[in-house]
Ligand binder design. Structure first.
Ligand code: SF4
Length: 240
């Protein structure tokens, strides 16, 4: 949800993009080499209990649509809500199974059923490159997700492997920011042309209705326009 004017959101993301493009690829590669992460196929990263949700880039959505369209849902944390109680969000996410951990819809045992077609975020994970505040509130670059909570460390990765992982991670973060910027630019124009704006009171009210089991309309940014999707919260006891 956003209380910040769209113009400022665009400026913030543009700055992040500029800073990301200045970040030295070799530095990220060195950090990747130092961590020496090896996946042990615990599959924790493929659950909502561990990773909240799998956000999809537009290119991922096209592939998932061909595999299983029902695996798509609006990404959580809607950005805006207009006076009619319609939410707006920057993209889709993958749905989850009904198990306690909220396993990704494509997880079978400890394996990904669409491994060769898995989304971009799953290809670069656990590497990342964006700024976040630490526990003390200091904002700095974060390059790794879930340190010491999964996998093994201090293994040997070749220089080529580290460079490749760094390159793919930066490319993912760049694509993610560009998708967000395109969404905000579109929303600024869309609201203006339709005499709408973000209404926080309506956002809170509609979210309460959703949490109480009501159906809500979410406009999802995809391929240059907004897809209307009606969503209803799963019954208690089901995955979120
Ligand atoms: S798509 Fe595959 S790799 Fe990605 S979260 Fe789902 S099961 Fe895991």
């Amino acid at each position: 949800m956003s209380l910040t004017p769209i113009r400022e959101l665009i400026a913030e993301r543009m700055k992040e993009l500029t800073d990301l493009r200045k970040y030295p690829e070799h530095h990220l590669a060195e950090i990747i080499a130092e961590i020496g992460f090896t996946c042990t196929y615990c599959a924790r990263c493929c659950t909502r209990a561990f990773n909240d949700h799998v956000f999809l880039l537009d290119t991922d959505v096209s592939r998932v649509l061909m595999i299983n369209p029902s695996a798509l849902e609006p990404a959580p944390y809607y950005e805006f809500c207009d006076r009619n109680g319609t939410f707006y969000v920057a993209g889709y996410a993958l749905t989850a199974q009904d198990d306690r951990a909220g396993s990704c819809v494509f997880l079978l045992g400890d394996r990904c059923r669409i491994y060769s077609d898995r989304p971009a975020i799953c290809r670069v994970y656990p590497y990342m490159l964006h700024r976040e505040a630490d526990d003390s509130g200091t904002v700095d670059w974060r390059q790794f997700a879930g340190l010491d909570q999964h996998g093994e460390y201090h293994g040997h990765l070749t220089e080529d492997e580290c460079i490749q992982a760094a390159r793919e991670t930066i490319a993912y973060e760049e694509a993610f920011l560009m998708q967000e910027i395109a969404f905000f630019v579109y929303m600024e124009r869309y609201f203006k042309e339709n005499g709408l704006k973000h209404v926080q009171k309506k956002y809170d009210e509609t979210l309460r209705r959703y949490h109480a089991g009501g159906e809500v309309l979410v406009m999802v940014w995809h391929a240059g326009s907004l897809d209307p999707v009606r969503v209803r919260r799963p019954p208690a006891g089901k995955a979120p």
